[in-house]
Ligand binder design. Structure first.
Ligand code: ZN
Length: 328
């Protein structure tokens, strides 16, 4: 089969477009003919060696897969899980004790075919284009889980950092559906313009995040959803009102977030980590897409052989919405 492989960790030039052996499905696996595979910031970090990744090469990245089995179009849940541990039994397969990620702990979807566990397969609901589905499987499921974890109430005031990426653009749409007052923080002037074009009135600078939020909302904000991490995580925490909630799924920054402990306990803040999402979350977000409540934003579609270009586009921070690879 054709695939965009890496033979080592490194820069985007590490990609090679070549023919490799089609994976043989193991017991309980199915072989999928890939139609589209989403390209995530996570893929870039794995390829750079900044997240736990493959030890055996060549490796095929890609965790957001829509493809065909026996003529039927299906979506693949991006995280592998055992189905037996305590967390799996309680419906938290996203934090399975033996979990992994397609394209990280096993070959993923930057290829014509991928072998995945049959229990990861969800039928594509009616009324969704495969491109739309591939755009939200990982990012949309993560976004849905973030909002669910935080228990965001309708019409509340919410700060979102990293709002222009794959997760962020879905978070914004979910919050709009909840009629929330949204504040976005960004450091890029061109992203500010795009956020305003999406109807976000309050766009503040990440540099002066705390001051800007407090000048708009002197009491602080009720929820902060941080998709960036590092020092921005700390600023989001500081911008919260008393009893405020910070939920985060930060993977994009390597520096540690510093918790101003004194500023957290005496305002009775709630700080929640959020890791991916469950199969139920994925089904919920797919339903919202089929109902046109969520409209996935596609940045660009590259042929499978141009994975390098797709990664460079993410590294150059030129992305607004989702980048996809198309296999056919
Ligand atoms: Zn498990």
């Amino acid at each position: 089969m054709n695939a965009s492989i890496i033979t080592e960790l490194g820069n985007a030039a590490a990609f090679q477009s070549r023919s490799v052996e089609t994976p043989q499905p193991k017991k309980d696996d199915v072989l999928i003919k890939v139609l589209f595979c989403g390209v995530n910031h996570l893929d870039v970090l794995i390829r750079q060696g900044k997240r736990p990744g493959p030890k055996i090469f060549p490796h095929v990245l890609g965790s957001e897969i829509v493809g065909k089995i026996d003529g039927e179009t299906v979506c693949v849940y991006p995280w592998t899980f055992c189905g037996k541990c305590k967390q799996c039994r309680e419906g938290n397969e996203n934090i399975c004790d033996h979990g992994g990620t397609l394209g990280r702990t096993q070959w993923g979807g930057y290829a014509e075919y991928v072998a995945v566990p049959a229990k990861n397969i969800v039928k594509l609901p009616k009324g969704i284009d495969p491109i739309e589905a591939a755009s939200i499987l990982l990012a949309g499921t993560t976004a849905y889980h973030l909002i669910k974890r935080a228990g965001v109430k309708p019409k509340s005031t919410v700060l979102v950092t990293g709002a222009t990426g794959g997760v962020g653009t879905v978070v914004l749409q979910l919050l709009k559906n909840f009629k929330c007052r949204i504040i976005c923080a960004t450091s890029h002037p061109e992203k500010k313009v795009k956020l305003q074009s999406m109807g976000i009135e309050n766009v503040v600078s990440t540099k002066s995040l705390v001051e800007d939020v407090h000048s708009l909302f002197p009491q602080g904000i009720e929820y902060a959803i941080d998709i960036v991490g590092g020092t921005i995580w700390s600023k989001a925490l500081e911008a919260l009102a008393k009893k405020g909630t910070l939920v985060f799924c930060s993977t994009s920054r390597d520096e540690p977030g510093i918790v101003p402990i004194a500023k957290a306990f005496n305002r009775e803040l709630t700080i929640l980590g959020s890791y991916g999402g469950t199969i139920k979350d994925m089904e919920s977000i797919l339903t919202l897409v089929s109902q046109k409540v969520i409209v996935p934003i596609v940045d660009s579609v590259f042929p499978l052989s141009e994975a390098q270009k797709a990664h460079e586009r993410i590294e150059n921070q030129a992305v607004f919405g989702k980048i996809l690879l198309q296999t056919t």
